[in-house]
Design a protein around this ligand. Structure first.
Ligand SMILES: Nc1ncnc2c1ncn2[C@@H]1O[C@H](COP(=O)(O)OP(=O)(O)OP(=O)(O)O)[C@@H](O)[C@H]1O
Length: 794
């Protein structure tokens, strides 16, 4: 039972030692107060959570030190309202704080990264919502309080009082009343003028139900009640004011002993406000969906957070335990960056006693998004960061959670729409799992989903395989910044024209994952942008040989022109409407990979390997059915020996190469200028203009200004400044920050994973216009090759 509140602030705080708040605390308090003023009620949730944490700590300690609870065997939180003084007290019988703890915990912020976090808050509304999710802790008390006093008793120290009005500093003094708490912490809150609602029993009950129903310790509301009792025949005993027992309101003096009337007695009683049975140890049949959803934000300490799916299970075997596992409804923004930090996503209890949530490796990295509560019947209690990996019990728990997760995902995947939601949020996590979790790679690959040419919906690899065409040996895919870009790629066109299905990989990691997986159920993954495309068509090789012979003169001429740029030139079997394409050899980078690595290289500053890979030569493929190519073939065939003299052909080939680079998603190797120069040259030839003639221009030199004019302007400016009392610029710090942020956002290179605008395209080039020009150049009227014949030829 909590002792009566020492609610009155009658020991002047000035008597204690004065301390300054750490700068971060002052900043945090300001932000909390300015951003959360609309929901001051959360202070109660935060303080009850702190009390619950303190109770967890003493209970855990008592497992190894049986004397720990002697100072007070009860474990609970009691809230009392003192209307006359406008004070609420929240008392827990938790571990309590020593003088040093008070100074450190309620004057500094130990959490690493807080300062950085505060720096990121720019002041706009979305950021302010963040702070609510961050867990604002103790300092939220100043949303409702103008004065706060924390009285605390830890087993290792005397009882101390911390007091503050939130302005700059706080005081700490030894409690002159001595040890009244036994053990624990009492927070007395003197409410601000407009916060009277928190003096109402009903309001407090409402808030406890709303926020703290699942707290694992009883939360009481101390209430003053009255009852009628038979008056005692003897004179009443005098009661001490401080005594929490009954205060007797005496019956009228003129009562006689014969006419004994009942006496109204006021007494205090603690009403239990939370149901107190941990939801995870209940039989799943008795837990409603609403209860699961309500428990989730309590478990994660993320107010307002929702779960996408959950699984409540019991395991027996090496370790007996009960657990609830949740998949959040949305992925955190920094899903992949977070995998390396400690996420405290598995809370371990042993027989209802909270042990720890500080397991760095209990689950593989890709599962860092899961939120789990585990209650084991029997697990060693000394599990700590150091021993967790080698602990057999923990290993068994981890294995079981993963197994249950696969069950959950399997069930989820049967509902197409819900599963699409999961893929959207956590698809990247699955891919990370495919890369890293060797023992589960098979299961994970079955859970992957991709967009494809088959429909607008996601497809599994399994169903892709079921739709494969006759003779098709490989799973075809292509990568790009987004589905639209992929669809328009020359690499995809012929496959689609021939009725093959292509998987569209628009996540930067896709290519790495598929290269890593290599195959699915014996079918290899084939990037259709790479050299070795095999459609599994047997007549193809023969037809291709014939084509190579027919196009030999053109292939030779092109090869000679592009000697330094491409590995080789060959006839393509993958093109329908584009004249040419560039493909990476099997070890080289596709355009997508090049972009991805470009971003990485910028971050890592490791340029050596990057340049090596980037400079790997590509294969230039020409479309044997394209009129432009046929026109060029005709030209090369007319005079096979005349290559050296046909400068115009060489220019055209280079232009074709450049536009192919762009079309295939690569960056122009020599930059835009030389490419533009070539196109311009071709226009000149088209117009019969001398290619060497220089532009005539008249550039009149700018003259310096008159000295008098300059002086007059200076004088005028000074006059204005004087009038303005030489005020500095009126831009506020906030505006300045915003401007700086916009500036850096616009200049920073896109990060991999961010689906950025494809890098490398230095200029908007209208390829079709140029192709048209080239065709005009070749005078293609007399070459007849209807496009329909292309496939037959192949
Ligand atoms: N009732 C309490 N009993 C014992 N210690 C407490 C109590 N309230 C706060 N503390 C101590 O003060 C520290 C700071 O509390 P605060 O609420 O500001 O942050 P937090 O609880 O660590 O984090 P957050 O509330 O943001 O999750 C706590 O970590 C704890 O050590």
């Amino acid at each position: 039972e909590a002792p009566a509140a020492q609610a009155a602030f009658n020991t002047p705080g000035e008597k204690g030692e004065k301390y300054q708040f750490q700068t971060e605390v002052a900043r945090l308090m300001n932000i909390v107060i300015n951003s959360l003023y609309k929901t001051p009620e959360i202070f109660l949730r935060e303080l009850i959570s702190n009390g619950s944490d303190a109770l967890d700590k003493i209970r855990f300690k008592s497992l190894t030190d049986p004397t720990a609870l002697e100072s007070n065997p009860n474990l609970n939180v009691t809230i009392a309202l003192h209307k006359d003084q406008r004070v609420i007290t929240i008392t827990d019988t938790g571990i309590g704080m020593t003088k040093e703890d008070l100074q450190k915990n309620l004057g500094t912020i130990a959490k690493s990264g807080t300062s950085e976090f505060l720096d990121t808050l720019s002041g706009d509304k979305a950021d302010m919502d963040l702070i609510g999710k961050f867990g604002v802790g103790f300092y939220s008390v100043f949303l409702v309080a103008d004065k706060v006093r924390v009285t605390s008793k830890n087993n290792n120290d005397d009882q101390y009082i911390w007091e503050s009005t939130a302005v700059d500093d706080f005081t700490i003094a030894k409690d002159p009343a001595g040890n009244t708490l036994g053990r624990g912490t009492q927070i007395a809150i003197h409410l601000k003028e407009d916060q009277d609602q928190y003096l109402e029993d009903a309001r407090i009950k409402e808030l406890v139900t709303k926020y703290s129903e699942f707290i694992n310790f009883p939360i009481y509301l101390r209430q003053t009640k009255t009852k009628e009792v038979e008056p005692e025949p003897v004179a009443k005993e005098t009661k001490d004011d401080d005594d929490e027992e009954a205060v007797v309101e005496e019956a009228k003096d003129d009562d006689t002993k014969e006419k004994a009337e009942p006496v109204i007695v006021a007494y205090e009683e603690d009403d239990l406000m939370n149901s107190n049975k941990p939801i995870w140890i209940r039989d799943p049949k008795t837990v409603t969906e609403v209860e699961y959803q309500e428990f989730y934000p309590v478990l994660t300490r993320e107010p307002g957070a929702k779960a996408m799916a959950h699984s409540h299970f019991k395991a027996e075997g090496d370790v007996d335990f009960k657990a609830i596992m949740y998949i959040p409804s949305v992925a955190p923004k920094d899903l992949l960056q977070r995998v390396d930090s400690v996420h405290r996503n598995v809370k371990l209890y042993v027989k209802r006693v909270f042990i720890t949530d500080d397991f760095p490796d209990i689950l593989p990295r890709w599962l860092s998004f899961l939120k789990v509560v585990v209650d084991a019947e029997d697990a060693p209690l000394n599990v700590s960061r150091e021993t967790v990996q080698s602990n057999k019990g923990i290993k068994a728990i981890s294995k079981h959670i993963i197994k249950k997760l696969f069950d959950l995902l399997k069930t989820l995947s049967q509902d197409e729409e819900r599963y699409a939601g999961f893929i959207k949020e956590f698809g990247t996590s699955l891919k990370l799992g495919a890369l890293e979790d060797k023992s589960n790679v098979k299961k994970i690959s079955r859970l992957l989903r991709y967009r494809s040419s088959d429909s607008d919906k996601y497809t599994s690899l399994e169903s892709y395989v079921s739709r494969m065409k006759k003779g098709q040996k490989d799973i075809f895919y292509f990568t790009g910044a987004n589905v639209d870009e992929i669809k328009q790629s020359p690499f995809v066109e012929s496959l689609l024209a021939r009725g093959y299905e292509v998987l569209y990989m628009d996540d930067p990691v896709d290519e790495i994952v598929l290269t890593h997986l290599g195959a699915f159920e014996g079918k290899s993954f084939q990037n259709v942008g790479k050299s070795d495309l095999n459609l599994g068509d047997e007549n193809e090789a023969e037809a291709n040989k014939e084509l190579e012979t027919k196009f030999l003169p053109l292939l030779d001429w092109m090869q000679a022109t592009l000697l330094n740029d491409v590995e080789k030139v060959r006839v393509s079997k993958r093109l329908t409407t584009s004249p040419a394409a560039l493909v990476a050899n099997d070890f080289g980078w596709t355009a997508n990979m090049e972009r991805l690595m470009e971003g990485q290289a910028k971050q890592n500053k490791d340029q050596g390997m990057h340049q090596f890979m980037k400079n790997q030569k590509k294969i230039f493929e020409i479309n044997p059915g394209h009129p432009l190519v046929l026109g060029m073939l005709e030209r090369a065939s007319k005079d096979p020996e005349g290559f050296e003299n046909d400068k115009q052909f060489q220019e055209m080939t280079r232009i074709l190469y450049d536009i192919t680079l762009v079309r295939s998603g690569y960056a122009l190797k020599e930059g835009v200028k030389s490419f533009a120069g070539r196109v311009e040259n071709m226009l000149r030839v088209n117009l019969n203009v001398d290619t060497n003639a220089e532009a005539i221009y008249d550039a009149p030199k700018a003259e310096p200004r008159d000295q008098e004019e300059v002086q007059a302007e200076i004088d005028e400016r000074e006059d204005i400044l004087d009038a303005d009392e030489k005020k500095p610029g009126t831009m506020t710090a906030e505006e300045l920050n915003k401007m700086l942020k916009e500036f850096t956002d616009s200049t920073n290179p896109p990060m991999p994973g961010k689906k950025a605008v494809p890098g490398g395209r230095k200029a908007e080039v209208n390829v079709d216009d140029i192709v048209a020009k080239l065709e005009a150049e070749l005078d293609l009227e007399d070459v007849e090759t209807p496009k329909e014949t292309v496939h037959d030829e192949l």
